[in-house]
Write a protein that binds this ligand. Structure first.
Ligand SMILES: Cc1cc2nc3c(=O)[nH]c(=O)nc-3n(C[C@H](O)[C@H](O)[C@H](O)COP(=O)(O)OP(=O)(O)OC[C@H]3O[C@@H](n4cnc5c(N)ncnc54)[C@H](O)[C@@H]3O)c2cc1C
Length: 404
């Protein structure tokens, strides 16, 4: 019997703590930044973890956590001014990871609101639009959504959007449908991307969800991210004023600027998802006895844990460098695409292995790992599938576009 086995039998509490930050990436943050990261971790572990499986099962959003989430004061923190705290995107990446490490629905809810919705206004809005919307959104008094995908148009949104915008004097008339729109069933405002029928270009509109002609239906029967409330939006002669058109979005290239920024956050989320699954699985393996000893003491189990940790460590290195490049203004679309593509592949593999380590218990919601496996499927597909990200990188490195 090895010394580790002896320790496991006599005093399991003395075993190494399950920690997916094997290379101590968190040490690259300053003390202040780590304080923020740990504040988010504490909130996720104390306020979200104990209740989230029930909400996931019931397909409901946990509104009870919102006051404490608001009090963290973290929405829009990377934006300069307008209620933002001027964080580095590296810190935001760590925060997204900490959220997803406990629950990917909460990180997704936050990413849609603070990343996609606020980011559209921050990157593409006029000064007046930023001043009007960003402070209440940073305070989470107004919750935002991002409406790009349609029932028949997902990956091909750049050329294929069918939702139309028709100028009529000082207003625009929006018509069409948007599918999968996170937070739309209960949020306040949606960034709707639509094609201008006159010049054929994609434009963005800030649409309050209570606007006449804006109707949302909740998407039911999801098998991933069940806590996120996704909507099917129908826009029927929905009128918005010219003042609510994103003044600095003139084509899909501007939509793509928003997506590149948030794709980096999804890469970090996928590291968090993999870490959460791995840390649960490792803790379980240290305690689960088979053949008279903890399964963590078997060579094949250790090989699986090794492979999971390799995935997490290499993905986190990719994310960290990506965020540094973003902070230095060096990140291009293809850099974010490579990170999102590779990290979500590794996340899916890691979550699957974690589930495997729990055996049958791995499919029980109260063990958490099954939730990571299911939620990983959505992270894998949204904000650009693996194929789309491969094509973005492929175009950049070969000089040839292979999308169609
Ligand atoms: C939980 C969840 C939340 C979401 N939230 C939002 C949101 O808030 N706002 C929003 O706008 N959207 C949202 N989405 C939509 C998401 O962005 C799309 O699902 C994604 O872009 C993929 O589009 P699709 O599902 O229509 O798949 P499709 O585009 O139909 O693709 C199906 C498959 O075909 C492959 N494929 C397509 N074209 C090619 C090609 N040229 N070459 C090779 N393979 C190809 C794809 O990679 C994929 O594997 C969400 C999705 C989910 C699941």
């Amino acid at each position: 019997m090895s010394p580790a086995d002896t320790v496991a039998r006599k005093a399991p509490v003395q075993l190494p703590e399950a920690d997916g930050d094997f290379y101590q990436f968190a040490r690259t943050l300053s003390e202040d930044e780590n304080r923020i990261r740990l504040k988010v971790r504490a909130f996720m572990e104390q306020d979200v973890q104990p209740i989230i499986a029930g909400y996931w099962e019931r397909d409901e959003f946990p509104f009870e956590i919102l006051p404490k989430l608001k009090a963290l004061d973290i929405a829009g923190s990377t934006y300069q001014g307008y209620g933002g705290a001027g964080w580095s995107t590296t810190l935001l990446g760590f925060v997204m990871m900490e959220m997803a490490r406990v629950d990917c629905s909460i990180s997704t809810f936050f990413g849609v609101h603070a990343g996609l919705a606020m980011g559209s206004i921050y990157l593409c809005g006029s000064e007046e639009q930023k001043r009007k919307w960003l402070p209440p959104m940073a305070a989470m008094e107004k919750i935002g959504s991002f409406g790009l995908t349609e029932p028949d148009v997902g990956s091909g949104a750049a050329g294929g959007l069918t939702t139309t915008a028709k100028r009529d004097g000082d207003t625009w008339i929006l018509s069409g449908q948007k599918k999968w729109i996170g937070n739309a069933t209960w949020g306040d405002v949606t960034i709707v991307w639509a094609r201008d029928v006159d010049d054929g270009q994609v434009k963005g509109f800030i649409v309050e969800n209570k606007t006449p002609g804006f109707h949302v239906e909740k998407i039911l029967h999801k098998m991933a991210l069940r806590v996120v409330q996704n909507g099917l939006i129908t826009l029927k002669d929905c009128r918005v004023s010219e003042a609510d058109r994103l003044q600095n979005a003139t084509s899909f290239k501007d939509t793509a600027r928003v997506l590149a920024m948030t794709r980096a956050g999804v890469a970090w989320e996928s590291v968090g998802c993999a870490r959460g699954a791995y840390e649960h699985a490792l803790t379980y393996a240290q305690r689960r006895m088979q053949f008279g000893k903890p399964i963590a003491g078997f060579q094949l189990v250790q090989d699986l844990l090794f492979r999971m940790l390799c995935n997490i460590t290499s993905s986190q290195a990719v994310c960290l460098r990506l965020s540094q490049m973003q902070d230095q203004g060096l990140m291009r679309d293809e850099h974010a695409a490579l990170a999102k593509g590779v990290c979500t592949v590794r996340m899916r593999e890691t979550a699957g292995w974690a589930r495997e380590l729990l055996g049958a218990n791995g499919i029980l919601l109260d063990q958490h790992v099954g939730r990571f496996v299911a939620d990983a499927e959505a992270l894998y597909s949204y904000e650009g599938t693996r194929e789309m990200n491969a094509l973005i990188v492929g175009r950049a490195i070969t000089g040839f576009s292979a999308f169609v």
